[in-house]
Design a protein around this ligand. Structure first.
Ligand SMILES: Cc1cc2nc3c(=O)[nH]c(=O)nc-3n(C[C@H](O)[C@H](O)[C@H](O)COP(=O)(O)O)c2cc1C
Length: 300
């Protein structure tokens, strides 16, 4: 996979369903990813989890992100899913308690040898490129150590969210650490954290990362991928049209989830006159018709 200068959609639990990924693709994402998927659940053939791992060919290239620690569960999961994906990513950054409790996600950042073992295992048990998504540490050397484990294990690239586990999703992105990792690795580096417009993309570019990943800024605004390329903002009207597009696609794909539509719409209700009032109205909507009524008020 050549990822040079590509824009990735970040894996986001509860957000990255097929219709959302298709829209990100349509509006400029070069590579999309699933949300993180448990190898324990996948390897047990859990139906809801198998549904999370479904994909359609129009999304390609697409990566699946897996989390867990058990090698047998990774092996079974890879057998189930690898034909549908272009690469397989391992989650080494999730700070959620339920993930950390099982020793997975960012808990693995404390176990460099285990990171290498997991990557090596997947590299030898899959035909597809393997990557890992990590967070930075409190000092540069430790950030590099984690990234080096991926390289030594045979990963094709590394995705770096420039925040520590303790930072969660707030506080400054540590561009210096991403730059340091890039300087010291042979494999490509994908820079992630707070990219939302042309200026923030330029900041991330100062790390010399090979490719770039956008998460939260795409929620409610899949056009962000075009915005960061062209430096142009999307109008509220267009954002609302894309929400309708999301719902139409969800219907076509038999994946309607009204709460998801509401969640995406709430993200749009900011930065304009009376946005808070519309957010309040929207949060009371119980079905599509009620949602549609609120939206129509905004489009007059
Ligand atoms: C709602 C939400 C869900 C997320 N789920 C995942 C996930 O499943 N796997 C993962 O590696 N990171 C996950 N993240 C982190 C993002 O992939 C990304 O690293 C982080 O949001 C920083 O990028 P951003 O500033 O562009 O949002 C999630 C973030 C959010 C906001």
């Amino acid at each position: 996979m050549n990822i040079k200068n590509k824009l990735f959609l970040a894996p986001m639990a509860g957000v990255n369903d097929i219709p959302f990924r298709l829209l990100c693709k349509k509006y400029g994402a070069d590579v999309v990813m699933t949300e993180m998927i448990s190898v324990n659940a996948l390897s047990r053939n859990n139906q809801a989890t198998l549904r999370l791992a479904e994909t359609v060919k129009e999304e390609k290239p697409i990566g699946i992100q897996l989390f867990g620690t058990r090698l047998d569960a990774y092996k079974k999961s890879v057998e189930l899913i690898e034909n549908n994906f272009d690469f397989i990513d391992i989650n080494f950054g999730c700070p959620a308690t339920k993930v950390i409790k099982q020793g997975a996600g960012s808990a693995l950042l404390k176990r460099p040898a285990k990171i290498k073992e997991l990557v090596e295992f997947l590299v030898s048990n899959s035909k597809k490129p393997i990557s890992g998504k990590i967070r930075t540490a409190s000092n540069k050397e430790d950030s590099l150590k984690t990234a080096s484990m991926l390289e030594e294990g045979g990963a094709s690239f590394v995705i770096v969210h420039g925040r520590t586990t303790g930072q969660g999703y707030s506080g400054n992105v540590n561009y210096e650490h991403i730059k340091y990792i890039k300087e010291n690795l042979q494999i490509p580096v994908v820079g992630n954290g707070d990219i939302k417009d042309k200026v923030s993309l330029e900041k991330m570019k100062s790390t010399n990362a090979d490719a770039f990943m956008i998460g939260r800024a795409a929620i409610g605004n899949p056009m962000v991928f075009t915005e960061v390329k062209k430096g142009k903002e999307t109008s509220l009207d267009k954002k609302i049209k894309v929400l309708y597009e999301y719902w139409d696609l969800s219907k076509k794909l038999n994946r309607q989830d009204f709460n998801k539509l509401k969640f995406l719409s709430l993200a749009v209700m900011k930065g304009f006159n009376q946005a808070a009032r519309y957010r309040e109205k929207l949060s009371l909507a119980k079905n599509f018709d009620e949602w549609d009524k609120v939206m129509s008020l905004l489009q007059m």
